[in-house]
Write a protein that binds this ligand. Structure first.
Ligand code: HEM
Length: 201
């Protein structure tokens, strides 16, 4: 007998529920000015959420290897929510904070290295978001996997962006760096020493 739908898909429901609720929260704070500096609040929170969802999407495959098979069901959704949060982060930065002034934004990218690194991370995520559908996965075949390895570079650049923001306290960015580093190390170890009877994913 097949298990009820909710028993099979509860993790998808949790991820979409949390993702949608957070997107709604950002929209409400921005629209109704619910924070002392709503634009800055939305910009910082969306950057943090983007990094959290990106890191969570990287954790799905190692979790699957560790026996939590359901983690594989939500990798794409986590990646797409990460892209949505980071797009909001960039949009608030460009529109609300810099009035869409190209000269101002280019000067900032030139003067603050962290901004350039963040922009590079965002550029790498664009082809991943565009080709995230099953149709693109079919069309690209084996090249899809190769292309989607860009997510590791994007995660490293994201952490680097955070580390270079010139904050007094570096505890949180260092924590992200350690988590992303550990997830990449697991991947690397699996490539070098593939599990017996398993396949490096
Ligand atoms: C994958 C791409 C990116 C990720 C994951 C990301 C993530 C983050 C995180 C976690 C923070 C710190 C939030 C906090 O302290 O609460 C941050 C701050 C910031 N990010 Fe990004 N970011 C990305 C791309 C960008 C881009 C493309 C820009 C603009 C060019 C940008 C501009 C900023 C700015 C202006 C800040 C605040 C810096 C300050 O406090 O002075 N980010 N970002």
């Amino acid at each position: 007998m097949t298990k009820p739908w909710l028993t099979r898909h509860w993790l998808r429901v949790v991820v979409h529920g949390v993702g949608m609720a957070l997107l709604a929260w950002l929209a409400v704070v921005y629209a109704f000015g619910l924070a002392p500096l709503p634009e800055r609040y939305v910009m910082l929170l969306s950057g943090t959420l983007g990094l959290i969802f990106l890191t969570a999407s990287l954790a799905c495959t190692p979790l699957r290897w560790a026996g939590f098979a359901r983690a594989g069901q939500v990798r794409r959704a986590l990646g797409l929510y990460a892209f949505a949060f980071i797009s909001i982060h960039l949009a608030v930065y460009a529109v609300a904070e810099n009035g869409l002034d190209a000269a101002l934004i280019l000067r900032d990218l030139d003067e603050r290295r962290a901004m350039l690194i963040g922009a590079a991370a965002f550029v790498l995520l664009i082809p991943l978001a565009v080709t995230s559908t099953a149709g693109w996965q079919r069309r690209l075949g084996r090249r899809w996997r190769t292309l989607h390895r860009l997510v590791y570079a994007a995660a490293v650049l994201s952490v680097w962006h955070y580390l270079w923001l010139d904050r007094d306290i570096l505890t949180t960015p260092i924590l992200y760096a350690l988590i992303v580093g550990a997830l990449l190390a697991v991947r690397f170890a699996r490539r070098v020493w593939p599990a017996r009877g398993g396949q490096a994913g």
